[in-house]
Design a protein around this ligand. Structure first.
Ligand code: HEM
Length: 507
């Protein structure tokens, strides 16, 4: 009897596990059927199915996720445009454009209701890691209010008032470069990060971050830069599954997660410290935000988001431009010599170089050319097509699709620029040049363009003019190839820029 019961028990256990196995197999086949069916739908029946692009990219977001986090984003997108043409379907619901016309069609203002709004799947917002602030708001009306609040902080009047701050840090940087380069080659990537973040610290929070002075990256800035890759991982995971994204902390590398969490709490502290500072002599960018904080319904969390964004948007991009400038000047001796002749012929002393005088055409052309050949924001900034769909660069795109101009690809498109890989500032000065200069839009266009463009141009002009006036610089690594060695995680991860800097002879 005992044996029969035992056997009976085992038999029902086998039956039970058998039904579990059946259930699991059924779930797996439903899942496989769903994935397969979804892939077939995406490739053959999706509203974007007629657009060219790799089938694997059209099937699911795996391709997007992979190139977002492997550092090869720009190289991959360039290869896709090379293969498929100026419009490529590179995710199930997204088209990448590499044509000048698309800039205008997507980013310039449209009638109400026809605006291409920012894609909320890319500009993510939540209550734990991604605070809402000017750059990630999708709703055009809400953004208009945020822009109205910040516009006065970036007006010509404010720029004029801020010039002494910029000059102070640029001069400090010249001293730091002069002193440190006596000891041997220096990595200019650090120096440019220091100066741009110090300037932003003073202009935004009335706080000296002290990086140039201490010749060491301020810890808050260091965590900010550590966290730059976070956006790429964040977007990749969200594209695969918004549900998993909600539990993101399990999927992002620990070091990066800690960096972002640290940074948010430090940003809040910064803001609170700034709120505690009464009776400032001048208005900093925070003054404009704090004045409108209640009217705009902002809490400490949103304020921390603004603090992070301003420093990140304003310092990393400008520092990247300086690095690109140094690299391309060193690699193009005829341009470097011409710029030296212009600067050194024009000014007799360093003090003659001011915000007002550092504005001559060749310098501007050199800056425009570096922003073309090495755009600090090299990717497409995604927008959603409005109700009813819209024409983009001569093709009809259905409503609800994501579109964007791939910044690096369009500025290297031979249809728009002759010898696109050649650093040639003359293309910006020659009235007979056949290049379509409007294809280069490093600050984007329209109501969501860069609010800090005049500030960035001011910093770029003055710093480059002073550096070229004072120093001769030479890269010590002859094998360094900026295109090959740089990686892109939405923004650039730059290779080190070890440079031998000597004081100009005769000074
Ligand atoms: C060479 C330097 C710079 C480049 C290439 C650059 C580029 C850009 C681009 C392409 C955008 C549009 C982003 C998007 O559509 O998502 C943008 C937005 C923005 N930039 Fe810059 N930027 C630079 C310097 C600065 C500076 C110095 C500041 C000052 C804090 C700044 C603050 C901002 C802000 C706040 C936005 C968001 C504007 C809005 O949504 O209304 N940027 N920038």
């Amino acid at each position: 009897m005992g044996l029969v019961t035992l056997l009976g028990g085992q038999f029902s256990a086998i039956l039970q596990s058998w039904s579990w196995l059946k259930a699991a197999a059924m779930v797996a086949s439903v899942l496989a059927f769903y994935v397969f069916g979804h892939a077939i739908y995406n490739i053959y029946f999706h509203p974007l199915s007629k657009f060219p692009g790799p089938k694997f990219a059209a099937m699911s977001h795996l391709f997007y996720a992979r190139i977002s986090v492997n550092g090869d984003f720009v190289k991959t997108m360039t290869a896709l445009h090379h293969k498929y043409g100026d419009v490529v379907r590179w995710t199930p619901n997204e088209l990448s454009f590499s044509s000048a016309e698309a800039w205008k069609d997507i980013y310039t203002p449209h009638k109400p209701g026809e605006t291409f709004v920012k894609d909320p799947g890319f500009y993510l917002i939540d209550d734990t890691l991604r605070a809402k602030m000017i750059a990630n708001i999708s709703d055009p009306e809400e953004h208009k209010q945020a822009r109205k609040m910040l516009d006065p902080a970036f007006s010509n009047k404010a720029l004029f008032q801020n010039q002494d701050v910029v000059l102070k840090y640029v001069n400090m940087l010249m001293t730091a470069i002069q002193e440190e380069s006596r000891k041997g080659p220096i990595n200019l990537v650090d120096y440019f990060n220091w100066v741009t973040s110090d300037i932003l610290g003073e202009l935004a929070f009335s706080e000296a971050f002290g990086s140039v002075e201490n010749r060491k990256t301020n810890s808050w800035i260091a965590t900010l830069f550590d966290a730059t890759k976070f956006g790429a991982y964040d977007g990749a995971i969200h594209s695969l599954s918004p549900v998993i994204w909600k539990h993101l902390q399990f999927f992002v590398p620990r070091k990066m997660r800690e960096a972002i969490v640290n940074h948010i709490s430090q940003s809040k502290d910064k803001l609170l410290a700034r709120i505690g500072k009464a009776d400032l002599e001048h208005r900093d960018i925070c003054s404009y935000i704090l004045e409108k904080k209640d009217e705009m319904g902002m809490n400490d969390w949103n304020l921390a988001g603004y603090a992070q964004t301003l420093v990140m948007a304003g310092s990393e991009t400008t520092a990247t431009s300086f690095c690109g400038l140094t690299y391309y000047l060193c690699r193009t001796p005829e341009v470097y010599q011409k710029l030296k002749d212009e600067v050194r012929g024009r000014f007799k002393t360093m003090d003659e170089i001011t915000i007002q005088t550092a504005t001559f055409p060749y310098l501007t052309a050199v800056i425009n050319e570096v922003l073309r050949i090495y755009p600090p924001v090299p990717i497409a900034l995604p927008r959603v097509t409005p109700k009813g769909g819209a024409m983009v660069a001569g093709v009809f795109v259905p409503e609800g699709a994501i579109v964007g101009v791939q910044s690096w690809c369009v500025t290297h498109n031979p249809k728009h620029f002759k010898d696109p890989h050649t650093f040639r500032p003359e293309r910006w000065l020659d009235p007979d040049c056949t290049d379509d200069l409007s294809a280069s839009q490093p600050f984007s266009l329209g109501s969501r363009n860069c609010i800090g463009q005049p500030m960035a141009m001011m910093e770029l002009r003055i710093l480059i003019a002073k550096m070229v006036f004072l120093f001769d610089f030479k890269l010590i690594d002859d094998t360094l190839d900026w295109d090959r060695d740089g990686q892109c995680y939405r923004l650039w991860q730059k290779p080190p820029l070890w440079t031998e800097v000597t004081m100009r002879e005769g000074l």
